[in-house]
Design a protein around this ligand. Structure first.
Ligand SMILES: N[C@@H](CCC(=O)N[C@@H](CS)C(=O)NCC(=O)O)C(=O)O
Length: 213
């Protein structure tokens, strides 16, 4: 039995949960973080010294960092397509996973999503949001060009790399208040993801409850 500590509304928890859903793993998810609290206890800090979510427990193993959790789950429980055996094939998916975590996710979440969702309208800085959205545009264009050639980030099959990248797209495509690039291939990819039951359940999680009023 795998335990995930983390609220369903956390984008990083969603990354781990979508992978768990795709792999059909027996699990429990405990509401921790955000309005639920629970990350400031000494016990939680022994599992995750960052005091962030998600944290995963599988038997004796305790792990934090959503992408590391997905890689562990994929390597341990995934098929040869979800966790490609060949290093070159795996690295192709991993390249986009790393890019998500170092580039796309911080640029979009910190620069656009956070300011639009976590900041009350009266306190927003529209120029800063527009500048951040302008930085997201070429990134969206980059992955759009890649997805023009291949249906999934690593190739012809869904892999761990899609769980790390694709989760953020629900927020990217449903958030109002910023200008998106024209990305027909990225949009088609997102539409394909929304047909997957595990994506619908774990990645398409409302964020209205987190809005600053
Ligand atoms: N790089 C970490 C980031 C974890 C993180 O920033 N988690 C946020 C939620 S998305 C968090 O714990 N926020 C405080 C809270 O929910 O209490 C990961 O990918 O797991």
């Amino acid at each position: 039995m795998i335990t995930i500590y983390g609220r369903a509304t956390s984008g990083n928890v969603q990354i781990a949960m979508w992978a768990i859903g795709e792999l059909g793993l027996k699990h429990e998810r405990l509401d921790v973080g955000g309005k639920f609290g629970g990350t400031d206890t000494p016990q939680y800090a022994t599992m995750n010294p960052n005091r962030l979510v998600p944290t995963m427990k599988d038997g004796e193993l305790v792990l934090w960092e959503s992408a590391a959790i997905v890689r562990y789950l994929a390597a341990t429980y995934g098929s040869d397509t979800f966790w490609p055996k060949a290093p070159a094939a795996r690295a192709r998916a991993d390249q986009w996973a790393e890019w998500t975590k170092t580039t796309f996710q911080p640029t979009f979440i910190s620069g656009v999503f956070g300011p639009l969702v976590f900041t009350p309208e009266a306190k927003r800085d529209p120029a800063a949001i527009a500048a951040a959205a302008a930085k997201v545009k070429p990134l969206a264009g980059m992955i759009d060009a890649h997805l023009a050639e291949l249906p999934y980030v690593g190739g012809n099959e869904l892999s761990f790399g899609d769980c790390i990248f694709g989760t953020v797209l629900f927020r990217y495509f449903t958030l109002d208040g910023f200008e998106r690039a024209e990305t027909p291939h990225l949009r088609a990819y997102y539409d394909r993801l929304t047909e997957r039951p595990a994506y619908r359940q774990h990645a398409m999680v409302e964020y209205d409850s987190m809005r600053a009023r």
